[in-house]
Design a binder for this molecule. Structure first.
Ligand SMILES: Nc1ncnc2c1ncn2[C@@H]1O[C@H](COP(=O)(O)OP(=O)(O)O)[C@@H](O)[C@H]1O
Ligand SMILES: [Mg+2]
Length: 306
C-alpha cells in the first residue's frame, strides 16, 4: 500500500522520515470550562527535527500545552499552527497522522483488552493491514521491551509497563512529531534507558521530539532545547547550557526545579555550564591540565568570592 499521509511510516531506515511540520504557538491562552486559566500568552516556534524538553512545576500548564499539539484542546485565544496552517482548520485524523501524543496518565489512553490490539489500533486506523501491520506492532513493542507481553491484557501489566505500552502505541503510528508527556515517570533505570533509546532513534530519523519531564538529567542529556513553564507562561527557553547555567538558577528554583547535579558541580568547580555528565567530565579533563593544586586554589577563590 502507498500512503503518503503516513509520513515517516513507509520505512524504518534512518533518515527516511518525511520532514516533520514546524509547530508554532502564537500568543496562545487557554482556559478550561471551569474557568481555570492554564496557558497565558504562550508563543513558541519548534522547527522540524528539534528535540525539546518542557519542564516546570506541577500545574504550570505543560500537559495542557501538549494537548494543544494534537488538537485535543483548542486555544481560547491565539493560534497553534502545524506546518504553517492553523490546527483549528485541520481534521483530527490528519493531525493524528502527524502528531503522536503519549499521555501522562496511560490509563486515559489505553482501552484495548490485549497489548497487541492496543498497539495495532493507530496504524490499523491509518490503513495498515496484514504483515505490514504486524511488523509495525512488533517493532513498536520491541522498542519498549514489551514483545513478550503482546498477548497480555494491558491491565495485567504494572503502571510503568502500561506507560511503556502507551509509548509503543504512539510509536506504532510513526508520526513525524512525537509528544511524550512525562515518559520516564515511574520507570526504573532500564525503563529510562528504553525511553532514551526511543528519543535517540526518533532524533536520528529527523523526527521532532517534545517531552515533558521532571527528570533534569534526562532533560539535559537527551534534548537540545529546554522550555521552562511557570504559571501557564514560558519562563525560560534555551539550550541546556543556558537554562541550567548559574544565572538561570533563581528562575529555575522559582519554578521548583533543581539544575542537574553535573551543572551544579561544574559551576562550583569553575568549569562553566556543564549540564550533562559527559560535558562535566570533558570540562574537568580540559580544566585539569594545570596541577590539581591549582584547581583546588581556583575552587577556594570561587568559594571565597561567594
Ligand atoms: N480538565 C481540567 N479541568 C480543569 N482544570 C484543569 C484540567 N486539567 C488541568 N487543569 C488545571 O490547569 C492547570 C494546568 O494543568 P496541567 O496542564 O495539567 O499542568 P502540568 O502538566 O504542568 O502539571 C492546573 O491548574 C490544573 O489544575
Ligand atoms: Mg502534566
Amino acid at each position: 500500500m502507498t500512503a503518503p499521509s503516513l509520513g515517516a511510516s513507509g520505512s524504518t531506515a534512518p533518515g527516511s522520515a518525511a520532514p516533520a511540520p514546524s509547530i508554532e504557538f502564537e500568543a496562545v491562552a487557554f482556559a478550561y470550562p471551569d474557568g481555570t486559566r492554564a496557558l497565558e500568552d504562550v508563543s513558541l516556534r519548534i522547527e522540524p527535527g528539534e528535540l525539546v524538553a518542557i519542564v516546570g512545576q506541577n500545574g504550570s500548564g505543560k500537559s495542557t500545552l501538549a494537548r494543544h499539539l494534537n488538537g485535543l484542546l483548542r486555544p481560547t485565544s491565539g493560534r497553534v499552527l502545524l506546518g504553517g496552517a492553523d490546527i483549528r482548520l485541520q481534521h483530527v485524523a490528519s493531525l493524528a497522522g502527524r502528531v503522536g501524543l503519549a499521555f501522562q496518565n496511560p490509563d486515559r489512553q489505553l482501552f484495548a483488552g490485549r497489548v497487541s490490539a492496543e498497539v495495532a489500533f493507530g496504524p490499523h486506523n491509518m490503513g495498515l493491514r496484514g504483515a505490514l501491520l504486524d511488523e509495525r506492532v512488533r517493532s513498536a513493542l520491541a522498542a519498549v521491551g514489551l514483545n513478550a507481553e503482546a498477548a497480555s491484557n494491558p491491565y495485567d501489566l504494572g503502571y510503568s509497563r502500561r506507560k511503556l505500552l502507551s509509548l509503543a502505541s504512539v510509536l506504532a503510528m510513526r508520526t513525524p512529531i512525537l509528544v511524550l508527556d512525562e515518559p520516564t515517570t515511574g520507570q526504573d533505570a532500564r525503563g529510562v534507558a528504553r525511553v532514551r533509546a526511543v528519543v535517540a532513534s526518533a532524533a536520528a530519523e529527523g523526527r521532532t521530539v517534545i517531552a515533558i519531564s521532571h527528570d533534569m538529567r534526562f532533560t539535559a542529556e537527551c534534548f537540545r532545547r529546554v522550555v521552562v513553564m511557570r504559571a501557564g507562561r514560558v519562563a525560560l527557553d534555551g539550550a541546556p547550557e543556558a537554562v541550567f547555567a548559574e544565572a538561570a538558577w533563581p528562575d529555575l528554583r522559582a519554578t521548583d526545579l533543581e539544575p542537574p547535579l553535573a551543572a551544579v558541580a561544574g559551576t562550583r568547580l569553575g568549569l562553566g555550564s556543564t549540564p550533562t555528565t559527559s560535558s562535566f567530565v570533558a570540562a574537568l579533563r580540559l580544566g585539569s591540565t594545570p596541577t590539581p593544586a591549582a584547581r583546588v586554589a581556583a575552587l577556594g577563590r570561587r568559594q571565597g568570592a561567594k
